[in-house]
Write a protein that binds this ligand. Sequence first.
Ligand SMILES: Nc1ncnc2c1ncn2[C@@H]1O[C@H](COP(=O)(O)OP(=O)(O)OP(=O)(O)O)[C@@H](O)[C@H]1O
Ligand SMILES: [Mg+2]
Length: 275
Amino acid sequence: MSEHVANIHQHGGQFGEGYGRAKSEGADFSHGVALYLEKVSVWFDSFRALNDLSLYIQEGELRCIIGPNGAGKTTLMDVITGKTRPTEGTAFFGQNYNLAKMTTEQIAESGIGRKFQKPTVFENFTVMENLLLAAPKDKSVKKSLFNRLAPEIKMALQQTLEQIRLTEFVKKPAGLLSHGQKQWLEIGMLLMQQPKLILLDEPVAGMTDAETERTAELCLELKKNHTLVVVEHDMSFIDTISEKVTVLAQGAILAEGTLAEVQANEDVIEKYLGR
Ligand SMILES: Nc1ncnc2c1ncn2[C@@H]1O[C@H](COP(=O)(O)OP(=O)(O)OP(=O)(O)O)[C@@H](O)[C@H]1O
Ligand SMILES: [Mg+2]
């Protein structure tokens, strides 16, 4: 794997200024890797939230990240989305985007979409308005009348509504949706931006069992066309969706493998499961 990273660094000059290739080219996944984090540390004053962490996510992978409260899971997503800068180490999206040199907006435009722990939908706007507000700016939508929308936006809207199962609530103000429906709407807002990599931070927190099951189905559907990184504490949800699981503790990787493998790991039992 470090061969890939070496490859990136050989092209170093290209990333010296700006953040790599033109936006229109998009993220370069030609080596099959969507995300490279190499020896990343994040210090908050004298506290080290991420500790020399290296993580590689393959294109098309659905990676689950678990670990105790304060392990650094959200900080990891903050580093990927540019909200927090790595104090040390490198973070690349595909071969060409040096995340540490990009603004949060540039990172979002490059194809990384993130759902925060708390849903942040616009409560007074309808489901449709929320989705249209999230559409890329260059396709800006001023009219919220469905039949006046550009055909590609219409299609994206219909497709997204079906995926998040909110078609019948299209005219409902988001504030009147259930907690689970709000979470799905926020995922829908991400999908409108057609991200390649989707980061979900505790997507099923506070959901009913039925909503959790539905969210697992949604994640498996999204996996067909996206690379996903999902942070969750809900083990039965992780069990339903997971392939490879990474366990984080004290800012470092404790174990990686299938859920069964990491659950049998002595360190994981001691520092996480056996609490
Ligand atoms: N901006 C900040 N300034 C100082 N400390 C911070 C900051 N952000 C996070 N931390 C600390 O870094 C550690 C990791 O926090 P983080 O939110 O990444 O954990 P987490 O794994 O997402 O936990 P949880 O499962 O509770 O969401 C915590 O001890 C937290 O208090
Ligand atoms: Mg968190």
